[in-house]
Design a protein around this ligand. Sequence first.
Ligand code: HEC
Length: 191
Amino acid sequence: MKPLQLGATGLIAGALLTAGCADLYSSPAATRAMGPPFGGADDVAYAHDLWNAMQRRHLVGPGAIMSAPYTGTHPHGAILDTVDARVQVRSDEGPVIIKRNYRGKDVSKSNVANNPGKYLKAVTVMFKRPGYDPEDRDWFWVKYAPDGSILKNPKGMTLAGRVAKGKPMGCIACHKGAPGGDMVFNHDRYR
Ligand code: HEC
């Protein structure tokens, strides 16, 4: 079963089937052969610069601009909100998509709207970084904790860069199944 073979309607089923498989993001053998495919020092430094660029635009951090919370799908969380913007990171200027993932006791759209900080568990981001990964639409992927630190997968790999590239599961594999060929589920503006 490969998520990229699924049509849009098969996506939810595929997502459910892949639940609990996050530890397949990487295998030690692959890491030894190729060096870190993601989460290396360069990716981590870039992800910190990206966070700072977003924070300057009030897109992350305390009092961040948000959209109306909606009911989410696996793996992103019970309630989500997504914001599209453009930012400049170093000399790279491009679109960024920020998805906030909310969970916790009594989580609901209205509770999140009233008190987002209480439920925010992770901030997943795609930034179109020119020339970074032409094969996969140049997206730079990061999963941050609410304070801007970068989260790790169960194998201890930092989730920044070409996350889980070449693996059957993870950001890139799953998002390859998004309609429009742009790896974005919610729209096709960056085709
Ligand atoms: C198993 C499938 C799957 C995996 C793995 C996955 N996503 Fe997603 N992602 C989705 C789906 C489905 C949506 C649309 C959900 C929605 O907004 O309701 C989405 C939406 C997003 C969005 C908003 C843009 C869009 O595509 O609509 C961002 C940003 C994002 N994901 C980042 C990430 C990052 C970063 C990772 C890895 C750390 C990741 N995703 C892993 C399925 C996945």
